[in-house]
Design a protein around this ligand. Structure first.
Ligand code: FPP
Length: 243
């Protein structure tokens, strides 16, 4: 039996998060300009999204642009900021066919009007779809997300709409960008780095981690199967004892 069939028979992680790293290194190795790595990274994102959907994964969160990525050279930022449009134009038909819902997480106040319009349009158009939900994190940073949640809870308390005693984990979660998504089950980071880089810090509280040296544009279906197999071998205890 093929690996794909084998993994389908076990528990499929409901929510996978991926830190898409190594586009630049992938391009450099091939003597290509960095932006070609990002282009190929976007192509790969579409492929892996459809693959995850076919495996029965319900949510896929990807780190496309962090709150710190604004420190990169302007031409690279300009290229990355054009990718949502390319992504929309080239992949909308496939996403429609597979019934993929797309949502975005991150700050909205520093994006161009074109990108904000695109985000609103894509979220609205795909909101009733029943397939996998792709959560694209753009201008995303976990510490900022949690700080904003704390601020809005504080404001509710100040306005008399919320009592301090009523602030609990669920209340906090309901103020995060990911309020409609379950916690992450499996976090994957490509390209060899073993760190979280401010990605979904709250949401990965009980996630299994999988790190691979493969650069993102070269991360194929078989690498995804391997990561899921790794997840399926772990016994998740959520702080309890072995059953
Ligand atoms: C990390 O590689 C990758 C990024 C900063 C961008 C990731 C974005 C995409 C793959 C496309 C996303 C698609 C949409 C819809 C926005 P790196 O540049 O840090 O690589 P390096 O560490 O090898 O230099």
């Amino acid at each position: 039996m093929g690996l794909k069939k084998k993994i389908r028979l076990k528990t499929i992680p409901q929510h996978i998060a991926i830190i898409l790293d190594g586009n630049g290194r992938w391009a450099k190795r091939r003597n290509l300009p960095r932006h070609m790595g990002h282009k190929q990274g976007a192509v790969n994102l579409q492929k892996i999204t459809l693959e995850a959907h076919q495996l029965g994964v319900n949510y896929l969160s990807v780190y496309a642009f962090s709150t710190e990525n604004w420190k990169r050279p302007k031409d690279e930022i300009d290229y990355l900021m054009k990718l949502p449009k390319v992504f929309e134009e080239e992949y909308k038909d496939a996403f429609k066919e597979y019934d993929i819902r797309v949502v975005f997480s991150g700050r909205r106040d520093r994006l161009s009007k074109e990108n904000i319009d695109l985000i609103n349009r894509v979220e609205e158009k795909t909101k009733d779809r029943q397939g996998l939900t792709l959560n694209v994190c753009i201008d995303y940073g976990s510490q900022y997300e949690i700080t904003e949640a704390a601020k809005s809870l504080a404001k509710e308390v100040k306005d008399g709409a919320l009592k301090i005693e009523d602030i609990d984990i669920l209340k906090m979660q309901s103020h995060l960008y990911t309020k409609d998504l379950p916690d992450v089950d499996l976090l994957i980071r490509t390209s060899g780095e073993i760190r979280l880089s401010n990605f979904l810090l709250w949401q990965v509280a009980y996630a299994e981690f999988y790190f691979t040296k493969v650069h993102w544009p070269a991360f194929k279906a078989r690498h995804l199967y391997k990561a899921i197999k790794h997840f399926q071998k772990r016994e998740r205890k959520f702080g309890g004892l072995k059953g």
